[in-house]
Write a protein that binds this ligand. Structure first.
Ligand code: AMP
Ligand code: MG
Length: 977
């Protein structure tokens, strides 16, 4: 180092200039970066001294201590070249103050003592002005003093505290003569040791240990307050003797330590709090290499915070988790000295954690401090470390007793939240103590009351199972209100009686063709009232309908026909021309012969006697296809029960309240969804409740401006759309005062099918408070969870619909607590039968419901959600790659395999990106040709458009030589251009 690098004022009195240890580097960096106001790294030790104390002698002992330990005199600075150094002045006498509080009343005295300690702590240190240590001696009683030693953490760690105390006492006893103490090993020895370590080997060890860790483990919201507003607070966990004894016994029996048990349990707690199975937290270790003579009594900063990464496996027993954590830690023992910043940069995802575990294994225990020195005894010692983590576990053993404290940042976890966390931690520890052979996924961190709330209270929909069917519901409505308008299409209104009669005539026609329960009838019909009537006609025979989208390419239609194996296709002459060749019998509804036959059929409701077998709620009502990740679309088979149950639920929760609020018997509802998705149903259910359904023509429904014109011009009360389309409609003034144009604005915009952005939510709350958000996968009958925009200020998906139970579960299928992300599972009457002809896929997604007690099944949605304390669910995103584009559900995997097949490619990756101009989501395909081949993306795109539905055709296609791979060998989607 050059002379100019040295602080000018200290040039003469400098004893040494040294590099920094990694943790010192970190602290110096923080001090520079954060400024000097913060006191997070100020450490304080309070020592109670009882007896006739000689203050001058004590101050001399402190001076003696600093003379013995150059480290305690160190100052720190960055050189002009950006290098950090610590410099050791030959002499540095710490500030020393004395206060006498003996005249105060005890209560005032204690308050004043706290104030002094606080002042000392908040005083801060300028790292460039040593010594970074100051003392205040407070006289509390005639023979009782408190010595408050405040220092910057960069000088020494908590492990050094007891050593400082021991030496101070010895120096006090012997008049600051350090000859009585063994020679102190200087901190420099540790720095030399550090310099000799092979960083390359250590970095590689850490790289392997953290390989594949793809997300930080944060218990506080990311982007939340990062500065430490208030000092951390602590709560103690009462660890009963039998628990600490049992934990110790288990640790011993399995060749591990109590510290490993605490870490494994902390990992499980984190997993329960974050919903992640691969977690990391900080662990404070004391790096005191045994090769350094006298290392155990060195004073200085030897601790380091290193990541502990734990991959939890639900099937693994607690014992094997323990031994695995132990082995993984042992492998890293020699590499614990590496700085956290260096370790974290290996992973490249920023800070890896926001919690930490410290096991204080201080070298001196409390008892030895009771000895008297010249009549003065230490009667109390309490340290105060600071933390900047959201949560920290501080553990210490005193003899057989285990002390656990949870440190929490009050700005992130209030007292109640911290109590809950600690209670969960305790339950996990109890599992380690009581049932070490339990698979870790089966450990329940929930209390009984919490569990009841999640599984029962939140799922109490107040609705039981129904034996109704939509067939019966339509017929009863037609009986009740025969003359009321049921459907309006292209300006033509049809009454309930007419609509029902039309469905009946066609149903009788189909029954005459021996169509019956469990048959599938494909509907290849243009959008029309007749198409709706055909749908109900199929249902009335007891068979299930399969909608074929008029916009799908013939190849796609052929795939569906092949897969669903319908017994019949209902179509029109015009539509028939676009259908693929098929061996399936066809009925052309506008064929004159068919029309003549229909006209002669009875208009009366078919009864069970007309059917080959009675119509039962278990019978399949429809097959709707949805994207399949394995390259083929999959057909979801849904029975009647789910539809009728959903009707009962919506009627009570949505339709009746809306009807009352609007003060009308007959609400006008616009149908804007395609007939090929199950979003077809919500408006139909309104109609079944006696309301007027406006089946909006294709040219109108697809044009936001035209649709808004229709809605405001026809006095429509309720519009049902995807959130993306809802935004477009609002941008076209759907909810702005339409009085000037003589129109009306709708009272409700029902949204669903994809996440509702907060801005849309706010607009709906403000301008259409009857609006609702509907959530539901095709596999659980249209809608499973519903929220009124009035229920919450932020978007929520809400609560389960009638006779439906929802569970938010972790990887081991255990309920996660309120606030923790988990996967949503849905049980109840809406659960579909499964995927047509795919028992494998069905078994994978429809699993036994362990909570229902009725031997039922639940559907695993792949959606990540969390409970709010009020019983509303929040939607957070997907656990897999599935995406939604304009409400269409898309598996990129299906497009990838289709594109690979069509273009004879080596590889393809499909991702969603935002259109630069509009912000709308778009599909992009990255394609890799086979070696030696070329790919024409324009031709490929055309070929893909001929096979895939338009929403699945990538907007952009890019040829790459190779796909970027992540460390674990999967396509790194984030790295695609
Ligand atoms: P689908 O089977 O087409 O109805 O798609 C179901 C999927 O769409 C769900 O699993 C969710 O990922 C998403 N989804 C449906 N409705 C909503 C909603 N209201 N909010 C957020 N996501 C939704
Ligand atoms: Mg849906």
């Amino acid at each position: 180092m050059t002379t100019s690098d040295r602080p000018r004022n200290l040039r003469t009195g400098l004893e040494d200039v040294l590099p920094l240890s990694p943790l010192q580097e970190g602290l110096l960096f923080h001090a520079h970066y954060d400024g000097h106001e913060r006191d997070v790294y100020t450490v304080q030790l309070g020592i109670d001294l009882t007896g006739p104390l000689d203050a001058g002698r004590l101050q001399a002992a402190v001076h003696g201590l600093l003379r013995r330990h150059p480290q305690l005199r160190a100052g720190f600075r960055m050189t002009a070249s950006g290098k950090s150094v610590q410099f050791i002045p030959r002499q540095a006498d710490p500030a020393w103050q004395e206060s006498d509080l003996t005249a105060l009343e005890p209560a005032d005295r204690d308050a004043e003592l706290d104030r002094i300690a606080e002042r000392e702590r908040r005083g801060g240190f300028d790292l460039a002005r040593p010594p970074l240590i100051r003392l205040t001696l407070v006289r509390l009683e005639q023979e009782l003093h408190r010595l408050i030693l405040t220092n910057h953490h960069i000088l020494m760690d908590g492990w050094s505290g007891p050593l400082v105390l021991r030496e101070l006492l010895a120096l006090y006893e012997h008049g600051a003569d350090s000859a009585v103490l063994p020679r102190a090993t200087p901190y420099r020895a540790f720095l030399t040791w550090l310099a000799r370590q092979d960083r390359r080997v250590s970095l590689e060890a850490w790289r392997q240990a953290l390989d594949g860790l793809d997300e930080p483990t944060r218990v506080a919201p990311a982007g939340g307050p990062d500065d430490v507003a208030a000092p951390a607070e602590q709560i103690a966990l009462d660890v009963p003797d039998d628990l600490s004894e049992a934990l110790r016994r288990q640790a011993r029996a399995h060749g591990t330590t109590i510290s490993t048990v605490l870490q494994a349990a902390w990992a499980m707690l984190l997993s329960k709090l974050t919903g992640r199975e691969d977690v990391a937290f900080g662990s404070t270790v004391s790096v005191r290499p045994p090769e350094i003579p006298g290392v155990e009594s060195m004073i200085g900063l030897f601790i380091n915070t290193i990541p502990v990464r734990v991959r939890l496996r639900a099937q693994e027993t607690l014992v094997s988790l323990l031994t695995r954590v132990r082995d993984e830690q042992t492998a890293l023992m020699d590499h614990q000295y590496l700085g956290l910043a260096d370790i974290q940069s290996l992973v490249g995802i920023g800070e890896l954690f926001d919690t930490s575990v410290v096991y204080e294994n201080y070298p001196v225990d409390r008892e030895t401090l009771g000895t008297a020195v010249r009549g003065v005894r230490v009667t109390g010692a309490e340290g105060r470390d600071a933390t900047h983590y959201a949560l920290g576990l501080i553990a210490a053993s005193y003899g057989d007793r285990l002390e656990l404290r949870l440190e929490h940042r009050p700005d992130l976890f209030d007292r109640a939240a911290a109590d809950t966390v600690l209670a969960r931690y305790r339950r996990i520890l109890e599992a380690f103590a009581a049932s070490p052979e339990l698979p870790s996924g089966r450990v329940d961190a929930l209390g009984d009351a919490e569990r009841r709330m999640l599984l029962e209270t939140f799922n109490d929909t107040g609705q039981g199972a129904t034996d109704a069917t939509v067939v019966g519901i339509l017929q009863e409505q037609a009986d009740r209100t025969p003359d009321r308008t049921a459907v309006v299409f292209a300006g033509a209104a049809v009454s309930f009686a007419e609509f029902n009669a039309e469905t009946n005539r066609l149903a009788h026609h189909l029954l005459a063709q021996h169509i019956s329960a469990e048959d599938v009838v494909a509907l290849a019909l243009p959008r029309s009232t007749q198409a709706l009537a055909a749908l109900f006609a199929v249902l009335k025979t007891g068979a299930a309908y399969l909608p074929l989208d008029p916009d799908d390419p013939a190849d796609r239609v052929a795939t569906l026909l092949d897969d669903a194996r319908p017994v019949l296709v209902l179509t029109t002459r015009e539509r028939a021309a676009t259908l693929p060749r098929t061996a399936v019998p066809t009925i052309t509804l506008n064929d004159p012969a068919v029309m003549r036959d229909l006209a002669q059929r009875p208009a009366t409701n078919p009864v069970d006697a007309d059917r080959a077998c009675p119509l039962l709620p278990e019978h399949m009502a429809y097959v709707h296809y949805t994207s399949g990740s394995t390259g083929k679309p999959k057909g979801v088979a849904v029975p009647h029960r789910g539809l009728a149950s959903l009707f009962a639920s919506h009627l009570a929760q949505v339709y009746v309240p809306a009807t009352e609020a609007l003060g009308t018997e007959c609400v006008r509802v616009a149908h804007t969804a395609a007939m090929s998705s199950d979003a077809l149903w919500p408006p139909l259910l309104w109609m079944l409740a006696g309301h007027e359904l406006h089946l909006v023509e294709d040219v109108v429904r697809r044009d936001a401006e035209a649709l808004v014109g229709y809605v405001t011009g026809h006095g429509i009360d309720v519009v049902d759309v995807t959130p993306s389309y809802g935004r477009l409609l609002l941008a076209q003034d759907l909810l702005n005062d339409a009085a000037e144009t003589g129109g009306t604005t709708p009272a409700a915009v029902m949204v669903g099918g994809e996440a509702v952005p907060p801005s849309l939510w706010e607009q709906l709350r403000a301008s259409a408070p009857l609006s609702h958000n509907f959530y539901g996968p095709t596999e659980t009958t249209v809608d499973s969870v519903v929220a009124s925009v009035n229920d919450s200020e932020q978007p929520v998906i809400g609560r389960p619909v009638g006779d439906t139970r929802v569970y938010v579960l972790d990887g081991g299928l255990r309920p996660v607590p309120v606030g923790t992300p988990g996967e949503l599972f849905i049980a109840g009457s809406g659960v579909a039968r499964g995927y047509v002809g795919r028992p494998d896929l069905t078994a994978e997604r429809f699993v036994a419901d362990p909570f229902g007690g009725r031997g039922g099944r639940m559907y695993r949605t792949g959606d990540v959600v969390r409970w709010r304390a009020d019983g509303n669910l929040e939607f957070l995103g997907r656990a897999d790659d599935q995406v939604k584009i304009r409400g269409y559900r898309i598996e990129p995997g299906e497009i990838e395999s289709a594109v690979c097949r069509i273009g004879d490619l080596a590889q393809a990756a499909v991702i969603v990106h935002e259109d630069e101009a509009t912000g709308a989501p778009r599909l992009a395909a990255y394609v890799v040709p086979r070696p030696g081949q070329r790919t024409d993306v324009h031709a490929l795109r055309r070929a893909a458009a001929a096979e895939l539905p338009s929403h699945m055709v990538p907007t952009a296609m890019v040829v790459l030589d190779v796909l970027p791979l992540s460390v674990n060998g999967k396509v790194d989607r984030a790295a695609l251009p």
